[in-house]
Ligand binder design. Structure first.
Ligand code: GDP
Length: 393
């Protein structure tokens, strides 16, 4: 009888095991309710976004910058297509139509004056007025017209074509064609060139940083961008988009973080990844000269712990005319500006501002912005510029 009970107990146990085993297996296979997400620890230092993730929500933090483990993108990251920017050679020539849109009248006006039968005092006064209204500046205009008059006198009755040639020569001369306009963006001693980009907000500074990255990539160089304008969140996003388009990296920090820390980390990232150049966008809050000096001065000092800054480019909005020159002067007093990028020359700006800028600041215009398109930034060439200004013969 007892053996019958034992048989029943064993049978029930086997039945229970057979019923529970599949349930246990299914429970083991079920995914957890939520994937574990590693939150990036907020940090005072910069965050490096890889080009692949610039457009995606994921952020890859550089191990060089933070101690916390990287937050890695979900597996399905869509790589943005890397663009091939237009070559820079001859860009100004290609973009001359943009310039002549607003400059045509000045050029045509000058040529019409010089085509008159008699070049009397009144005509020369009108030439002077036209140049002044084109933002060339009073002093530069007087000198230019004086030289032009003297040459025309020597030639006697010069033809309109000859006079056009003389005027073009004088304008090129006023643009100081001998100035070195090369962008110092080549690596040296195994470290990348460092370019600081400064200027007031709204001048087109961030856009120009993005365009410079394209200029460098077009010329076969590799770039890291530093978003040291931490006062405008949009500036860092804007820069990340520009960088992503050419497969470059952007180093950014927390909003309102220390711009100098971001600049420092950008250069360090540039050194670590062995790129040719690091382009740093800075904040352009013109609260007062002392504030600006503190801010930019610190950025420069901190960056210089890695080595010298090769180029400090001042971005200037050409449409602000002579007023912009005053703002520009403040920057030149605060940092050692080595070149000017003159933006928005495609709009209502007057071409003569290029002459005035160089003359007043004593700094070469190295780049000109001729539109909002990604490749609408051209290396400045005095002769091509004057030709565009005066239009075809
Ligand atoms: P930031 O505040 O100095 O960084 O200025 P942004 O880079 O944000 O540019 C301000 C505006 O100027 C944007 O709408 C740009 O597209 C525009 N901009 C920049 N450069 C040029 C240019 O050469 N031509 C034109 N037409 N607009 C430009």
């Amino acid at each position: 009888m007892a053996s019958q009970y034992w048989f029943l107990i064993v049978f029930l146990l086997l039945l229970a095991v057979a019923f529970l085993a599949p349930l246990a297996r299914r429970a083991r296979r079920r995914p957890p309710e939520r994937p574990t997400v590693t939150e990036a620890r907020p940090t005072e230092t910069a965050v490096v976004e890889s080009p692949a993730v610039a457009e995606s929500p994921a952020v890859v933090e550089s191990p060089a910058v933070v101690d916390s483990p990287a937050v890695v993108a979900p597996s399905a990251v869509v790589e943005p297509e890397v663009e091939r920017p237009e070559p820079t050679a001859g860009r100004l020539l290609r973009l001359r139509q943009r310039l002549s849109r607003s400059q045509g009248l000045v050029g045509r006006g000058l040529l019409a004056l010089l085509a008159r039968d008699r070049l009397d005092d009144d005509t020369w006064d009108e030439v002077e007025e036209t140049l002044i209204s084109a933002d060339v500046g009073v002093e530069a205009t007087r000198e230019l017209v004086e030289r032009l008059r003297a040459k025309a006198r020597v030639l006697g009755t010069a033809s309109a074509t000859e006079l056009r040639g003389l005027l073009a020569d004088e304008l090129v001369e006023a643009l100081d064609p001998g100035l070195d306009r090369t962008l110092r963006a080549s690596p040296h001693d195994g470290t990348p060139a460092v370019l600081l980009v400064v200027g007031v907000n709204g001048s087109g500074k961030t856009t120009t940083c993005g365009k410079i990255a394209r200029v460098l990539v077009a010329d076969g160089r590799s770039v890291v961008l530093g978003a040291a304008d931490t006062f405008r969140a949009a500036a860092a996003d804007q820069l990340a988009t520009w960088a992503g388009r050419v497969g470059a990296e952007v180093v950014r920090g927390p909003e309102r973080g220390d711009p100098a820390a971001v600049a420092f980390d950008a250069v360090r990232r540039g050194i670590d990844s062995g790129v040719d150049a690091v382009v740093i966008d800075t904040a352009g809050r013109l609260q007062n000269k002392v504030g600006l000096m503190d801010e930019l001065g610190k950025v420069k000092r901190v960056v210089e712990k890695h080595g010298p800054v090769d180029e400090t480019l001042l971005v200037l909005d050409a449409t602000t005319g002579q007023n912009g020159l005053e703002q520009a002067r403040v920057f030149t007093e605060v940092v050692d500006v080595t070149g000017v990028a003159l933006t928005k020359l495609d709009g209502t700006a007057k071409g003569g501002i290029v002459i005035a800028v160089q003359r007043k600041l004593g700094i070469p215009v190295k780049l000109v912005g001729l539109g909002e398109g990604p490749d609408d930034l051209a290396p400045f060439e005095p002769k091509a510029f004057v030709d565009a200004l005066l239009g075809d013969d």
